[in-house]
Unconditional design. Structure first.
Length: 136
């Protein structure tokens, strides 16, 4: 069985898929096209080639991960292998922790109702609305 030569450059959509940032290459490609991926601070195309040492910014939802490319592969392996392909910057880890804490604080004050309001609750709501105490 012959081993593949070590790659010097690789398409960014293939690497994002192999590093398990996205489930499919087409999802990685659409994220790149929508400007959610930046290479060294610049927007890129899916066919852009990356090399070791490049800085990738990956935005998924509210979180942004800034990672340094450590290794290149176009084979999708286990999660532990995928985590060895990149290293997240300290600043990125700190910012993601702050965003997570803010989300927890926001959710802490909200509790969804277990059931619809009772007749007594509906009267209280109607009374509040008549007094103009609503947030609408």
């Amino acid at each position: 069985m012959e081993s593949r030569p070590k790659q010097e450059k690789l398409r960014v959509d293939r690497w994002l898929w192999a590093a398990r940032f996205f489930k499919t290459r087409s999802l990685a490609k659409s994220a790149i096209e929508n400007g959610k991926i930046e290479l060294n601070g610049n927007r890129i195309k899916a066919s852009k080639e990356i090399a070791q040492g490049d800085l990738l910014s990956v935005r998924r939802g509210d979180t942004v991960q800034v990672v340094t490319v450590l290794a290149l592969t176009d084979k999708r392996g286990s999660a532990t292998i995928a985590q060895g392909l990149y290293e997240e910057t300290e600043q990125s880890i700190l910012e993601r922790a702050i965003v997570t804490e803010k989300k927890k604080i926001i959710r802490a004050g909200y509790s969804s109702p277990k059931s619809k309001p009772s007749k007594k609750d509906r009267r209280k709501i109607a009374e509040l609305q008549m007094n103009g105490d609503t947030y609408n």
